[in-house]
Ligand binder design. Sequence first.
Ligand SMILES: NC(=O)c1ccc[n+]([C@@H]2O[C@H](COP(=O)([O-])OP(=O)(O)OC[C@H]3O[C@@H](n4cnc5c(N)ncnc54)[C@H](OP(=O)(O)O)[C@@H]3O)[C@@H](O)[C@H]2O)c1
Length: 317
Amino acid sequence: MSPLRSSAPWDVRRLPRAEGKNFLVTGGNAGIGYFVAEQLAGTGATVVIASRAPAKAEAAQVSIRTRVPGAHVRHIRLDLADLPSLKASADALGLERLDAVVCNAGVLLDQPPRRETRDGNELMFATNHLGHFALISWLAPLLTATPASRVVTTGSFTAKSESLDLDDLQSTRDYRPKRTYARSKLAQMLFGFELDRRLRAAGSATLSVVTHPGGALDSLTPPRPPVHIRTGGERLRGLPAGLLLQSKEAAAWPAVRAVLDPSVRGGQLWGPRVFGIRGLPVLEPVQGHLADTVLAAHLWAATAGLTGLDPSSNLRS
Ligand SMILES: NC(=O)c1ccc[n+]([C@@H]2O[C@H](COP(=O)([O-])OP(=O)(O)OC[C@H]3O[C@@H](n4cnc5c(N)ncnc54)[C@H](OP(=O)(O)O)[C@@H]3O)[C@@H](O)[C@H]2O)c1
């Protein structure tokens, strides 16, 4: 890896160095988040994996250290579905600066029944949207005190064709798992764009960037034992899907670029180049309901009501 001039094309395999910086990756123990953590660790930065099970986080750290000798990587406990626990997770960071948070962790249920967290919130909306909103609220003072820090929110291409029902954010009236998932990702993306507007209004130098990973399958993903093991049979069965979709290693590229590329600006959307499904990370237009500022403001107010928190109160450095 070598320092990158801002005029050079982005090379996902030659990332700029980032020694001295601290990056937090939610769900960095598995899937796309693991590869975000691995790629960021390769820059010399300290990477904090925020995840639920300590054993899985330990496995991820071992794998990263095997591939990135001398990697600075550690773990904090984080359960996004447990709102009252998130302040303790933020406090456990114990860092003097936080250069980026990658809000990657997520849950997708593809079967009924509708499930709720202990707080009584629908599980996908709570984990993907409410949990990250609350986490960023607690981290906002540290983020805004760190020059040019970034919040990177992971959306989904499924959110682009979905609409939000502000009167039924928790899918209590009509629960359809895939739609509820897509709506939770749309809520996250609206949050990411609204957060950037509020950061700009507050005169903050922190950026909020939205990314999406395209479509990624474990069967297309290179092994990282013991985090991810892929049999020869799984690899072969995955080959046809490889024509359309991609590996979780490649799916990490938009978020990694959003963290590191000096040319990235707040309020942008980054995703894979080929039909927004696979390929190198490119800038995408923010349009349709993703650009609906009234909807985003209503969602923000509703989310603040549900979490009892509001990142806006802490946006000025
Ligand atoms: N894969 C795709 O094609 C695709 C497409 C669009 C968007 N996305 C988004 O990309 C992100 C990563 O997806 P993926 O495919 O890598 O999923 P994955 O392999 O299922 O990994 C999900 C990660 O989220 C963590 N997580 C789940 N619930 C959590 C909670 N309550 N608290 C903390 N962490 C929690 C998981 O931790 P545990 O190991 O503890 O369960 C795991 O680390 C998600 O936000 C997803 O919505 C993925």
